[in-house]
Design a protein around this ligand. Structure first.
Ligand SMILES: [Fe+2]
Length: 209
């Protein structure tokens, strides 16, 4: 069977570049989306082209460096897509879906506790990393993960639901070293509706086995 393959693409933002102000300024979102996110897309595609050319020519590549770079850049594409969709400027998207709320309460005890654990995990990041809420396919439990750089080593075993970028490029222009201010403001822009829908979809898939 021949699969219809494509290259990576810069997905459209689900809102305008100025829509997340004052949480994220237009200038910062423009840089983050059009420069950083775009570079992960471009680099991943360039590496795929290099691999295709080497395969065609029957030549070796530096496998360690090539696949390390490919994993890094693809991780960047996947996580930035998730991050943009984890936020919303629209008031109506900030309502927490009932079954998602119950699942969060079942695992974390309360929504406040979940937010606090997420916030503390974000503030505890050293270097460049992400905080991700995921559904583990093995335990069917919600769990928080700190994802170093963009390394999604556990990704095949987890469905990713929500992400917060804690790389310096995500906040420094607006917040400098005030990571706490950045994370606290994030909560007013969380797209609970979209994340709840993603949760419904993946939990239905997992329930079917
Ligand atoms: Fe980023």
């Amino acid at each position: 069977m021949n699969l219809q393959t494509t290259n990576y693409q810069l997905s459209s933002l689900p809102y305008q570049l100025s829509s997340l102000e004052p949480f994220i300024s237009e200038k910062l979102l423009t840089l983050h989306y059009q420069k950083h996110h775009q570079s992960y897309v471009d680099n991943a595609n360039k590496l795929l082209e290099q691999l295709a050319a080497a395969r065609q020519a029957g030549e070796a590549v530096n496998y360690r460096d090539t696949y390390q770079a490919l994993t890094f850049n693809v991780g960047g594409v996947v996580l930035h897509d998730l991050f943009w969709n984890s936020m919303s400027p629209a008031e109506e998207d900030h309502a927490l879906d009932v079954s998602f709320k119950e699942a969060l309460e079942q695992e974390f005890g309360s929504i406040d506790r979940f937010k606090d654990e997420f916030t503390q995990t974000a503030l505890a990041v050293q270097g460049s990393a992400w905080v991700v809420l995921a559904l583990c396919k093995q335990t069917k439990r919600l769990m928080l993960m700190q994802v170093k750089d963009h390394s999604l080593y556990v990704y095949p075993g987890c469905e990713l639901l929500m992400a917060l970028d804690m790389w310096e490029h995500a906040f420094y222009l607006d917040y400098q070293t005030d990571k706490k201010g950045y994370v606290e403001r994030f909560w007013s822009y969380v797209n609970w509706n979209g994340i709840g829908e993603r949760f419904e979809k993946v939990s239905a898939k997992e329930a079917q086995g």
